[in-house]
Design a protein around this ligand. Structure first.
Ligand code: SF4
Length: 456
């Protein structure tokens, strides 16, 4: 990990990361019939709902044990039990996903024990939802760590004893990508005749069609019956070069059920997508469908077409670590020079992962900083003369100050419509990103020109 010069203050100004249980609630939202439940005060749930709704423009219910001062002293067990009972009666969920917050971790609530007491005292004969708990104190990590820990906790709690391996069935653990990305992964699996269990699947639950009546729990998500059978899959493919071993669902499936695991980078850009497709070819022992060879060919053609507009431009990339790694690798492929790669995450893997994903394409290593905030990013940006920023919408103020375009990717995107429909993955996603970047640079050139121009 590259260390920033140690500042003589301890503070964060506009963090470049989000809260850990938020990642947990997003992952639980991608499970069929699941209700995310925060064990903590109402303010945490309200903040997370506000954030998620603003990006996805979809309803997002998050239950809360609604702790107050007394619970901070005497413990939150009674509220948690009462809250679970209420949610079960009102929503009839198949699964309740319980994530802890800073408060409940600090007061030391023993959530597994409270859940055990709750389940033992629940009325027999009446249908109870599955309970999956995950420890997510926000002071110990980012939303991405909460997300991956939740996927792993779900696999641990829900998968059943392995029977025979099911041929051509693959688990895909995509990490936190957009609903459009998940739909694309489903399309690839379907075109390839792969039976894929994608966990989680937010393609419908966070980007559903308009309905005459609001559903209490949105339809869609990874079916619990499919999660139960993940131990019988031919292989698991997990995206994320920064994912720690202890948060890896793929490793757990390998340890518990002997499912071979393939841990890859998020398939953003040509080479990371090539690796994903080659992995699928190796697992299925069948070549990729022609449609994707053609998409790849068109992408390379557009690299040649767009080269003169993007080559040599300088970019600042920021956000969650795996998106930063994927975007940096993609920029290096198309001839843009990443000058600063920054994340609020602190995996300790960022520098190594960027160098490994970019191979020999980076003639000069960019400044790479983990555990940073927007105050630091702004200070560093001043001396780097960037031509563009790439990251979520929290970089907007900086792009205004620097007078350079911002390319919005990832989460959260609060100041534009359609964040949930951004396609980052695959050859098609790379094509979309290339057009977006080249056109933003052309717009800037036209806007800055005293005469403008129309032919390129
Ligand atoms: S108190 Fe902790 S869990 Fe609650 S919103 Fe803030 S960072 Fe997240």
């Amino acid at each position: 990990m590259t260390k920033m010069p140690k500042p003589n203050y301890i503070s964060t100004t506009n963090a470049c990361k989000l809260c850990k249980p938020m990642g947990a609630t997003l992952a639980f939202r991608g499970i069929e019939g699941a209700m995310p439940f925060l064990h903590g005060s109402q303010g945490c749930a309200t903040y997370m709902r506000r954030y998620i709704i603003s990006h996805f423009n979809e309803p997002m219910d998050i239950a809360s044990s609604s702790l107050g001062e007394k619970n901070a002293v005497f413990g939150g067990g009674p509220n948690l039990k009462e809250g679970l009972k209420n949610v079960t009666e009102k929503f009839n969920p198949q699964l309740i996903g319980i994530a802890t917050t800073c408060l409940t971790e600090t007061i030391g609530d023993d959530v597994p024990m409270i859940l055990h007491q709750y389940q033992s005292s629940s009325k027999t004969g009446c249908k109870q939802p599955m309970l999956v708990a995950v420890s997510t104190p926000s002071y110990s990590g980012t939303h991405m760590e909460g997300f991956h820990a939740t996927v792993r906790a779900t696999i641990n709690a829900v998968t059943e004893e392995t029977v025979d391996t099911e041929p051509c069935s693959i688990n895909i653990l995509p990490g936190f990508v957009s609903p459009a990305d998940i739909r694309h992964l489903k399309e690839i699996a379907s075109d390839w005749n792969i039976k894929a269990t994608i966990l989680p699947d937010i393609s419908e639950t966070l980007d559903g069609p308009a309905l005459a009546e609001c559903e209490l729990i949105p339809h869609g998500g990874t079916p619990i019956e499919s999660i139960k059978k993940m131990g019988s899959a031919t292989a698991t493919v997990e995206f994320g070069r920064s994912v720690a071993d202890e948060n890896s669902g793929a490793l757990l499936l390998s340890e518990k059920h002997s499912v071979p695991c393939h841990r890859l980078g998020v398939p953003i850009g040509l080479r990371e997508t090539d690796e994903f497709f080659s992995t699928l070819e190796a697992i299925t022992k069948t070549p990729r469908p022609t449609k994707y060879s053609e998409e790849r060919g068109r992408l390379i053609d557009s690299f040649a077409d767009g080269h003169k507009y993007v080559f040599g431009k300088r970019a600042i990339v920021y956000g969650e670590e795996d998106l930063v790694i994927g975007i940096t690798s993609f920029l290096a492929e198309i001839g843009i020079k990443p000058v600063l790669c920054a994340s609020g995450g602190k995996s300790g893997n960022l520098k190594k992962a960027i160098n490994s994903a970019c191979g020999d394409l980076l003639k000069e290593e960019p400044a790479i900083y983990e555990g940073t905030d927007f105050y630091d990013i702004e200070e560093m940006a001043a001396g780097l003369s960037p031509d563009l920023l790439i990251g979520h919408s929290k970089g907007y103020q900086l792009s205004r100050k620097l007078d350079v375009p911002i390319i919005r990717v990832g989460f959260p995107i609060h100041d534009r419509l359609g964040g949930q429909r951004i396609l980052h993955l695959g050859y098609r996603g790379a094509q979309y990103l290339l057009d977006l970047i080249a056109n933003a640079l052309l717009t800037k050139k036209q806007d800055d020109s005293p005469v403008g121009y129309s032919y390129m």
